[in-house]
Design a protein. Structure first.
Length: 304
């Protein structure tokens, strides 16, 4: 074979390689795939199925050994440009105090209110689900104070009832903080840190995040009591947040075991028990209903 013919073939190969390379994204490597639901048992959950998987969000449904649905995990992939917000409505008192009052709604009512425009960024058309979040002090009536600090829309919403009322059992419990970066950023950031148990009013400002809330460590409270659980799990290496909501009754260690099987390396305990509720309208049958109105929600948004 002639040298000239070899040169021609080499040029053809080089052009083909350049065309392939040019078609690749400019990032250092391909984006991680949206996480799938587990194929088998995870701790107390016998099996899982995928309800939804698209645009940076995956919703997994868990079943017990009798085949009854018992839990949901929402996987929010920030690297895929899914986003989250903490949504609440101040209804009385001065914003950012220990006694600030918040309007209560059920998860379905919160979903409708967000669709109606109580927050406008991200667009309501990208709203996927809402899950109850903060611990609060009054289950009756239409308003309540929050037990622990919260920051929404860039400014403190509550310093937390326990800061002024140290006789509240929550004052002495180990706490953790969840923070969110600016929602308008292309890729929103999040943080999870330990929070001072007996915190100060300055610490309650949650100044290092655009939005944030304080909840409890998974080691706080009884480790043997079984009840419906709401927990969040985190994995910094994948930029994913996991929201576990259960219909069945589980201990806190069981909740951590489930989230760990998904990939969580650290967890936060948010309000559970009779407050546990999750609503989405992409699969209305895959919702956890509660008649108890709650003062805020974690809103999950699909990527554009």
């Amino acid at each position: 074979m002639s040298t000239q013919r070899n040169r021609g073939r080499l040029r053809t190969v080089l052009v083909a390689v350049l065309l392939v390379v040019g078609a690749l994204p400019a990032s250092a490597g391909p984006a991680a795939a949206i996480q799938s639901c587990p194929s088998g048992a995870t701790g107390p959950i016998a099996s899982w199925t995928t309800v939804f998987k698209s645009r940076g969000v995956t919703l997994c449904k868990g079943f017990n050994s009798f085949g009854t649905r018992t839990a949901y995990v929402t996987i929010v992939d920030f690297a895929e440009h899914a986003k989250m917000r903490i949504v609440s409505t101040v209804s009385g008192g001065n914003r950012g105090n220990t006694n600030t009052l918040f309007t209560k709604r059920t998860a379905e009512q919160w979903f409708t209110a967000i669709e109606g425009g109580i927050v406008t960024n991200p667009p309501a058309g990208r709203l996927f689900s809402v899950t109850n979040a903060s611990f609060f002090t009054t289950t009756s009536g239409s308003t309540t104070t929050l037990s622990f600090p919260e920051k929404t829309g860039g400014s403190p919403a509550s310093l937390g009832w326990v800061l002024q009322n140290h006789s509240d059992p929550g004052w002495d419990l180990a706490k953790r903080r969840f923070g969110l970066g600016i929602v308008s950023d292309t890729t929103q950031t999040w943080t999870k840190t330990n929070f001072t148990t007996h915190y100060t009013s300055t610490e309650a400002q949650l100044s290092s995040s655009w939005e944030g809330l304080v909840a409890l460590s998974p080691g706080a409270g009884s480790q043997t009591e079984t009840r419906s659980r709401n927990m969040m799990g985190f994995n910094t290496s994948t930029s994913r947040v996991y929201i576990l909501s259960t219909l069945g009754a589980y201990t806190l260690p069981q909740g951590s075991t489930v989230l760990g099987a998904f990939g969580s390396t650290s967890e936060i305990q948010i309000d559970g028990g009779g407050s546990t509720q999750m609503y989405n309208d992409s699969s209305p049958g895959d919702t956890i209903f509660s008649s108890r109105a709650v003062p805020d929600v974690l809103a999950v948004y699909l990527a554009p």
